[in-house]
Design a protein. Structure first.
Length: 342
């Protein structure tokens, strides 16, 4: 299968920002069926009413419960695994819960897909998984290792498991741009943790395009990263205000939160050294050496390439105007502007 037309797809965490955007994209591409799997029946009900689409089916369950996952994967060709605990503070306070959902839950998703003959599983990861300093990033790094270990240990599986890694997705649920919009509209100061922090910027549509690329091009265990620009958090705040007609916003600095870093990394230098440049994307193939320790202790890798990390400090940096243009192009922001103009 080389097209989404006629395909059946399941999305874990399907009621989130990624899931809703992905579902709309899949339906536009002619998918025969889209199964939405999540644990929040209220969000499912809202999505069912809003989308009103007979090709969509809704499954209440939790990735921690493998049987409920299997129910949603019957007859499915592709799985997009977006279910996760992804708020940094909540994972800091409850790291055991992050492990249960992000690591154990991901293992359940992969095992269910393998058992039911799913063709491809794309697991959603984050820049916080590289050099992780917080529980969310650590659990996502282990999720990646779980996906790659499956690919290494099951070379004959009909299921191709791959990973896509993202930076900040603009206007996704819980992200900072919607917070800035609410603060600006309420006439409140914009709260910044630390203005000189840098973060990658991606749209939801770009994240969806990356997943589709992985569905059709990944080899087992591949890691894909979308090349993305970055800006400082201060630039992001001022750009958001500018789009809403506020040239000089009041800014309140509140200090770095639990588990935050000054900049994020999408690929480590070791990964960059192994990567191939695919134009819009970097692809990092699986290290598929066997588990015979001689492959690591006695032989090793004779080819060493010099490389730098790919991080939010050394990627292209956007100005306030460039960031404002990017934010203004987002469908979610266009909806806000239309609402304000009425």
């Amino acid at each position: 299968m080389t097209s989404l037309a006629g395909a059946s797809i399941a999305i874990t965490g399907g009621t989130g920002s990624f899931g809703a955007t992905m579902a709309s994209h899949l339906l536009q591409k002619g998918a025969a069926q889209v199964n939405i799997f999540s644990r929040d029946e209220a969000k499912q009900d809202e999505m069912r009413s809003r989308m009103d689409e007979p090709r969509m089916k809704y499954f209440v369950g939790d990735v921690r419960d493998r049987e409920s996952v299997e129910n949603a994967f019957v007859g499915i060709d592709f799985v997009f695994h977006a279910a996760a605990l992804k708020q940094v503070p909540s994972c800091e306070f409850f790291p055991d819960q992050a492990v249960k959902t992000n690591v154990d839950g991901s293992r359940n998703v992969i095992a269910a897909a393998h058992k039911l003959g799913v063709k491809s599983v794309v697991c959603l990861s984050t820049d916080k998984a590289v050099y992780p300093v917080n529980a969310m990033g650590m659990s996502k790094a282990l999720m990646e290792k779980t996906a790659q270990a499956f690919a290494r240990n099951h070379p004959d599986s009909p299921t191709t498991v791959s990973v896509t890694r993202y930076g900040n997705v603009m206007y996704s649920r819980g992200s900072v741009i919607p917070l800035f919009v609410r603060q600006i509209r309420a006439g409140k100061p914009l709260t910044l943790t630390e203005g000189s922090m840098t973060r990658f910027l991606m749209s939801l549509q770009e994240s969806v395009d990356l997943v589709e690329h992985a569905f059709f091009h990944a080899q087992p265990g591949d890691l894909y990263v979308k090349k993305a620009p970055a800006c400082t958090v201060d630039t992001l705040a001022r750009a958001t205000a500018k789009v809403l007609g506020v040239e000089e916003p009041e800014i309140a600095r509140i200090g770095i939160r639990h588990g935050e870093k000054m900049y994020e990394t999408l690929l480590s230098r070791e990964e960059m050294a192994k990567s191939t440049d695919q134009g819009e994307y970097f692809k990092v193939p699986l290290d598929a050496r066997s588990l015979q320790y001689s492959g690591f202790v006695e032989e090793g890798d004779s080819e060493v390439r010099e490389a730098e990390d790919f991080d939010s400090n050394n990627t292209s940096q956007l100005s306030i105007d460039q960031t404002a243009n990017l934010i203004a192009s987002l469908p979610e922001m266009q909806n806000v502007l239309a609402e304000m103009n009425h």
